[in-house]
Every structure is written in C-alpha cells, then in structure tokens.
Design a protein around this ligand. Structure first.
Ligand code: NAD
Length: 430
C-alpha cells in the first residue's frame, strides 16, 4: 500500500514513521523545504523519543521518502493523509482550516485511481464533508473517498501511543475506504488494538470531545488543589483517593500551572465555537477555558506570595519551558505567561530546559530572560526555583541544592518532589 503524508510535523512525521514500520511505503511531503532537506539528511527537526531511530531505519530500507513535491506522491498513493496544522484562528477562536484547504487544492490535480483522503489533522465537525465538496468541484472526474482519522498520540510518547493505541478511530461512509483503512491498521488490530468505524461527524467530534474532557479534568484538579491549600488538605492524597475509583481514573489528575501545548487550548476554543454556532453551547467547557487562562496568570502571584510578598530584585530560576516533558514543543506553554509576569513583578528570570538547544527563539519576545542548558547553572544564584514542566531531570534538584549555604525557595508547580528534601518548599495544592 502506498501512502502520501502531507505535513511532516509532530503528527505527520510520527504517523509516517510508524506506517513505514508497519511495512507500508510512505512518501512524506511538506512545503517547508528546509525541513524536508533536513529529513533527507537523516536529521529529525523535532524532539520525540525513538523517532530518529525509526526514521533512520525506514529511510535506509527505502520505505519512507521525503519531498516537497506532491505530484508523484499523490499520484501513486492509495491513501493521502492530511497532517497539516489547524491552529487557532485569530479573533474568533475557531480552527484555522486554511492549511487543510490549501493542501486539498494542491493535491487535487494529482489524484489518480481510487484514493482515500484521510484527515489526521484535528478538524471541526463537517470538515470531511467540506473537503469532499471541494474535491468534487476541483476534480469531478476523480475517484476518491474522504475519511476522518483523528490522531490521539501525545507528544513525548508519540511512537508508543501510535503503536499501542487505546483505539484507532475512523470516520468513514464508504465501503471501499473502509476496506483500505482496515488493511492499513491491520498490524495494530492483530495486536488487539480496537479499530472503530463510526460516521465522519462522530469521529471529528470525538477528537474534540476527548481533548475537552481531558482539559476539564486538569482544570478540575487545579481548582481542587486551590481548595486543598485553603482548607489544609493535600491534593495528591485527594487525587490518589478519587483516582482509585475506576469511574474516575487516575490519569490527568496532576495539579499544575494550567494546560498548554499545541492542542488543548486551540481544541477547547474550537469546540466552544462549534457548539455556539450549533446553538448548543457548552457552558462547562467554556468555564474550563476561563479557569485555565486565569490559572496561568495567577501563577506569578502565587510564586510572589510564597517568596514573602515581593519579587523585586530577586532572582528566579524557572525550570521547564516546553509545555510538557519529553518534547521541544513550546506552543502555548504555560511557562511563557509565568515568566512574563515574573518579569513584570521585578524578578530577574533565568529559564532552564533540558532541550534548550532546540529552543533558541522560544523566549525571543522576552528580552533580558536568560535561557540556560545546565540545571546547576540555572539554580546557582536563585532566590527561588519554580518547577513549571515535569522533566525527569528535575528529580535531582534536591541533590543539586545540597550544600548550598542559602538554599533557594522551591516552588513545585507540578508536585513532583518530596517536600522533606528541601529547607524551603511550597508545593501546589498542599
Ligand atoms: P505541526 O505544525 O508540527 O506540523 C504541520 C506541518 O504541516 C508543518 O511542518 C507544515 O510545514 C506542514 N504544512 C502546512 N501546510 C502544508 C501544505 N499545504 N503542504 C505540505 N505541508 C504543509 O503540527 P502538528 O503538531 O503535527 O499537528 C498537525 C495536526 O494534528 C493538527 O491539526 C493538530 O491539532 C493535530 N494533532 C496534533 C497532536 C500533537 O500532539 N501535536 C496530536 C493529535 C492531533
């Protein structure tokens, strides 16, 4: 089976690498010529555990190729995947579908023989139908079917998630497309991964519903964390107690500085927009968005209070810039609003991240903030150390601070370290 993957970002690259690992032939395309050139040289433009190894193997055995040219890749493909970005549209919070529709226009002239076009990008309900309408207009002669195949992988464990999915979801209204999609995912079905076929509308909406539900869990436990602080309970004990209940589950019950990343903020906003347009507003989800925005803003005040009431002239080391560990993705990372507000309160801020060499421009809008790669350097002269991202490296913080004459205050924004290991410790939700 020949696959064309349009978009070689987090989702496109991981999907392309895993499909080639299944044995399929994948032509991965992107309109970013530098990115394609880099990939051809065997260098991976994003940080994702195990991705380099998979790409190298399949590049060597010829099962994966990279190009900026769509024509041959689409012409030969049985399946064309759209894995381009769907960022938040400025102004109204809706998903910006311009990259999707541009890719559709670009691929249309090259369709040859029966082809399935499947969206891996997260797109609002009705988009598959709209892609179909546009393709029929552009190529009335072409034989194709449009499917929705939303992706549920998580950055940082993307290869594992792709190859061990809780489910593969396919929205499909056409028998020939269903047969192809079944064949595509056979290697996963053989390992007992459920491959679910639903309508295209259900598949599209399920992706947003999943992300909104997870965002709601995060905002919920964050509010409970605040209540714990106010009444003398410990959010970790509360989370463990409720997480033991199978109806609730223990995942996504970790308090923190608010969710960020390239998916939750934009997907929550787009779902709110879809619901309003359908005159079926989601007031609960709207509140989740509000709670999360306020939380990111409130973090600096929380740090200031823990530091005794003023940050003027104090040195603060912020640990973690990526929106979560094991990725170099800084899109909508909560670290940026936290740093901005620490600076506004007069703090001198140094930011550490283990993958700092991949993030040179991430703090460009914040002049005067130093970005360092060495944890010891980051905390050496700090009055306060704030953990924003749960990188495993920060587990060694107690050892790093051992022997300091004047150990800094540690504000554990992720509740990842034991309070007893520090002289001055303030953990969220305790
Ligand atoms: P990304 O920004 O990392 O990658 C998108 C890529 O598409 C870029 O490399 C861009 O150059 C390329 N592109 C844009 N227009 C193109 C065109 N016309 N032709 C060829 N290439 C084009 O984005 P991502 O994080 O991989 O996300 C892609 C989609 O998958 C989004 O809809 C996102 O919501 C969804 N998604 C992302 C994740 C995640 O963890 N990142 C998880 C699940 C779903």
């Amino acid at each position: 089976m020949n696959i064309c993957m349009i978009g070689a970002g987090y989702v496109g690259l991981v999907s392309a690498a895993c499909f080639s690992e299944f044995g399929w032939k994948v032509a991965c395309t992107d309109n970013d010529a530098d990115r394609i050139e880099q990939l051809r040289r065997g260098s991976v433009p994003i940080y994702e555990p195990r991705l380099e190894e998979l790409l190298e193997r399949n590049l060597c055995n010829g099962r994966i190729s990279f190009s900026t040219e769509l024509a041959p890749a689409v012409g030969e493909a049985d399946l064309v995947f759209l894995a381009v970005g769907t960022p938040m549209r400025r102004g109204d919070g809706h998903a910006d579908l311009s990259f999707v529709f541009r890719a559709v226009e670009e691929l249309a002239p090259h369709l040859d023989g029966f082809t399935v076009i499947a969206t891996k990008s997260t797109v609002p309900v009705g988009t598959s139908r709209e892609i179909e309408r546009r393709l029929k207009q552009l190529r009335p002669d072409a034989d194709f079917a449009v499917c929705s195949n939303p992706e549920f992988l998580r950055e940082g464990s993307a290869i594992y998630d792709f190859t061990h999915p809780d489910r593969v979801l396919v929205g499909c209204d056409e028998e020939r497309a269903k047969v192809l999609m079944e064949r595509l995912y056979k290697p996963l079905a053989l390992r007992n991964a459920p491959v679910m076929f639903v309508s295209r509308e259900s598949a599209e909406l399920a992706k947003y519903t999943a992300n909104a539900f997870l965002a709601m869990k995060i905002s919920f436990i964050n509010e409970i964390a605040d209540l714990c602080e106010a009444v003398g309970a410990d959010v970790q004990e509360v989370a463990t107690a409720i997480g033991a209940d199978g109806r609730i589950g223990n995942k996504f019950l970790h308090p923190g500085p608010g969710y960020g990343g390239s998916c939750f903020p934009k997907d929550v906003a787009a779902l709110i927009r879809t619901a309003r347009e359908a005159r079926s507003p989601l007031s609960l989800v709207e509140q989740v968005q509000t709670v999360n925005s306020e939380r990111k803003i409130a973090m600096a005040g929380r740090i200031e209070r823990a530091a005794g009431g003023s940050l003027k002239g104090k040195t603060v080391a912020v640990l973690g810039l990526a929106f979560k560990p094991d990725t170099d993705d800084v899109r909508e990372t909560p670290a940026v609003p936290v740093v901005e507000r620490l600076v506004a309160r007069g703090a001198e801020v140094t930011v550490h991240d283990p993958v700092v060499d991949r993030l040179p421009d991430a703090l460009a809008p914040l002049p005067g903030v130093a970005l360092v790669a060495d944890l010891d350097d980051a905390v050496r002269v700090a009055d306060a150390v704030v953990i924003v991202t749960r990188w495993q490296e920060y587990e060694r913080l107690p050892d790093v601070l051992t022997g300091f004459d004047r150990p800094p205050l540690v504000v554990d924004g992720r509740r990842m370290l034991a309070a007893e290991r520090f002289e001055r410790y303030a953990g969220i939700g305790r």
